[in-house]
Design a protein around this ligand. Structure first.
Ligand SMILES: [Ca+2]
Ligand SMILES: [Ca+2]
Length: 513
C-alpha cells in the first residue's frame, strides 16, 4: 500500500471496503491539496516587478547618457542580466502596457491610443494577464502605483487584476502654478518641470515604495508573491527637490547632441506620428531657455526614482528574500529630449523605443549584458519559465531564459515597435528599419550612427538589408480597436489621406509647432 496512507487507518480493522474508501478519500485529499494554488506554488520564487514610466535609456548601465546617475539600478544590473537592446512594442503608455501585460502586440489587439483599456474591448475583456496567470498558479498578487494604464478597481463578475491593491499613482506636492509658464498646443497642466520646495517623503513615488517595503517585510513565508510597483516619474511633470537637481551641472554641456537639420532626411509621414501633442517641440524649449532645466529635471527625477529602487532592493535583501526573488525592472517606453527636434514619445526612433530591461535573481546569470534584441512582450513568457509555471501557447513574446543563462545566445527575431496601424520599427542587432503607413521608409546603421542621423533607406547598397528587415513587419496589423482615441493616426491609402485624432492632415499642412 502507498506509504502516504495515514498509519492509524490501517489499525482500524474495519475490512477491505472501508480501507478502499480510506485510500480513495486520501487520494482525493492529496489531489485536492496538489491542485490547491498555495501548494502548487510552494517553493517557487517571488517576483518583484518594477516599472518606471517614460524612462528612456538615460540609465548608467544602458549608457544612453553618460551623465545619468543611477547607482541602484546599476547595482541591480550587477546582480543580474541587462538587455542593452530592449524595446517597447508601442511608444505610448496604454498600448505598451496593454501589450506586455496581455502578451500580445498592439497590432494584434488594436490598442494603440490612450483609450480604450483592453478590458473594454470584447475580444480581450477576459484575457488572462501576466499577474492573473501568476495568481491562477498560486501566487499572492499585489500592486501599487502605475502598472496598468487606467483604473484597475475590481469589477463584479471579472477576475481582479491583482488581489491586493495598494496606493495608486500620484505626483505628490504641486507648485501653486506651472513653473515653466504656458506651453504650446493647449498649455497642458502636466507639461511642466523644475525645482520647488517640497519633501521627497511626500512624493507619490516615495509613498508607493514605503507601501511595497511594508509588503515585503510582512510577506507570509508559505506562499510566493508577484508584487508589482509602478513608478510615475520621470513622467512629466518632472518636479524635483533641489538636492536631486544639483546632482547635474547648470551647463549647456548637459544637453544631448542634437543635429539641427536631422529631419531633412526623414519622411514627412514621420511627423504625422506626433502631429499635435502637448509635449513642446525642441525649438520652443530652446527659444524659452528651458533646455538645461528640462534635461536636469528629467535626469534628477530618474535619480530620485533610482533611490527608491534602492529601498526596494534593500528591503528584499533585509527580508532574506534575495536568493528566492526574481526582480525585473522595465520602463514602458523612452522619451526624447530634443533628438529629432521633439520632446516626448510617439516616435519609432531609438530614444522613444529603447528601454531598460533588467532581470536578477534565481536562474539569472549575474553581471551580464545581452546585446540581442529583446521586447517587453518577452517578459510574460520569461517570468513564467523562470518561475516554473505552466506555459501558455497564446503569447506573442519569446522567453529570454536562454539569454539569462548565456547572454551570447542568439535571437533571430528583431524587436518590433508599432505606433498605430501600418507604422513599424524593426530593430535588429545592428539596424533600425522603419516603415510608415504610406510606404515611406528609414534605415539606420546604429553601429556607426548611434544617433540615427543618417537615413540610408534610399541608398542602393542597403537594398538587401531592407528586404531582410521587411520580412519581420507584423503579419497581423489590425485597425484601431472600437473606441480608440488620443494619439490615433489612421491612413487611407486610396485617398492618400492621413487623419490625426479625427482631423485630416493635408499634404500641404504646415507642421504644427
Ligand atoms: Ca509611459
Ligand atoms: Ca537625419
Amino acid at each position: 500500500m502507498p506509504n502516504c496512507l495515514p498509519h492509524h487507518s490501517l489499525e482500524n480493522g474495519h475490512g477491505t471496503s472501508n480501507r478502499s474508501y480510506l485510500v480513495a478519500a486520501t487520494l482525493i485529499t492529496l489531489i485536492g491539496l496538489l491542485l490547491h494554488p498555495a501548494v502548487a506554488s510552494a517553493g517557487k520564487p517571488n517576483v518583484l516587478f518594477i516599472a518606471i514610466d517614460d524612462q528612456n535609456d538615460w540609465i548608467g548601465v544602458l549608457g544612453g547618457r553618460p551623465l545619468a546617475k543611477t547607482p541602484n539600478i546599476d547595482r541591480l544590473a550587477e546582480r543580474g542580466t541587462t538587455f542593452l537592446n530592449a524595446h517597447c512594442q508601442a511608444p505610448l503608455c496604454n498600448p505598451s502596457r496593454a501589450s506586455l501585460l496581455t502578451g500580445l502586440r498592439p497590432t494584434t489587439t488594436g490598442i494603440y491610443g490612450l483609450v480604450p483599456s483592453f478590458r473594454a474591448v470584447d475580444a480581450w475583456k477576459d484575457r488572462v494577464t501576466l499577474p492573473q496567470h501568476f495568481r491562477q498558479n498560486g501566487y499572492r498578487t499585489l500592486t501599487t502605483g502605475k502598472i496598468f494604464h487606467g483604473d484597475i478597481r475590481p469589477v463584479e463578475g471579472r477576475q481582479p487584476e491583482f488581489e491586493t491593491i495598494g496606493p495608486g499613482s500620484s505626483i505628490g506636492p504641486l507648485p501653486p502654478r506651472k513653473l515653466i509658464g504656458p506651453t504650446p498646443m493647449g498649455d497642458h497642466p502636466l507639461m511642466d518641470w523644475g525645482v520647488f520646495p517640497h519633501r521627497d517623503e511626500d512624493k507619490g513615488d516615495y509613498q508607493i515604495t514605503s507601501w511595497t517595503v511594508e509588503q515585503i517585510r510582512s510577506t507570509p513565508k508559505d506562499q510566493p508573491f508577484f508584487l508589482a510597483t509602478g513608478f510615475f516619474l520621470p513622467h512629466v511633470p518632472c518636479y524635483v527637490t533641489q538636492k536631486w537637481f544639483d546632482l547635474f551641472p547648470d551647463d549647456d554641456q548637459i544637453l544631448p547632441l542634437i543635429k539641427p537639420d536631422d529631419r531633412t532626411d526623414t519622411p514627412r509621414f514621420s511627423w504625422y506620428l506626433h502631429w499635435k501633442l502637448p509635449e513642446p517641440r525642441w525649438r520652443w524649449v530652446d527659444e524659452n531657455h528651458q533646455g538645461r532645466n528640462l534635461v536636469r529635471s528629467y535626469l534628477a527625477c530618474t535619480s530620485f526614482v533610482d533611490s527608491q529602487i534602492g529601498r526596494l532592493i534593500d528591503a528584499i535583501d533585509e527580508a532574506g528574500l534575495r536568493d528566492n526573488t526574481v526582480i525585473v525592472l522595465w520602463s514602458d517606453h523612452g522619451w526624447h529630449l530634443g533628438e529629432k527636434g521633439i520632446t516626448g514619445k510617439n516616435s519609432l526612433w531609438e530614444r522613444s523605443t529603447r528601454v531598460p530591461l533588467i532581470f536578477a535573481g534565481p536562474g539569472v546569470r549575474p553581471a551580464s549584458r545581452c546585446h540581442q534584441p529583446a521586447e517587453l512582450l518577452d517578459m510574460y513568457p520569461t517570468l513564467i519559465e523562470l518561475c516554473g509555471l505552466p506555459p501558455r501557447h497564446d503569447l506573442e513574446g519569446i522567453s529570454l531564459v536562454s539569454q539569462l543563462k548565456d547572454p551570447e545566445t542568439k535571437r533571430e527575431r528583431p524587436a518590433i515597435t508599432s505606433h498605430n496601424q501600418g507604422n513599424h520599427a524593426v530593430r535588429s542587432e545592428r539596424w533600425r528599419y522603419i516603415r510608415y503607413a504610406d510606404g515611406s521608409e528609414e534605415l539606420y546603421d546604429t553601429k556607426h550612427d548611434p544617433g540615427e542621423w543618417h537615413n540610408l533607406a534610399l541608398q542602393p547598397e542597403v537594398a538587401q538589408t531592407i528586404t531582410d528587415h521587411r520580412k519581420w513587419l507584423p503579419q497581423k496589423d489590425v485597425a484601431p480597436a472600437p473606441g480608440s482615441a488620443h494619439r490615433i493616426l489612421t491612413y487611407d491609402r486610396a485617398a492618400d489621406e492621413a487623419t490625426w485624432e479625427g482631423t485630416p492632415i493635408q499634404r500641404s499642412s504646415l507642421i504644427p509647432e
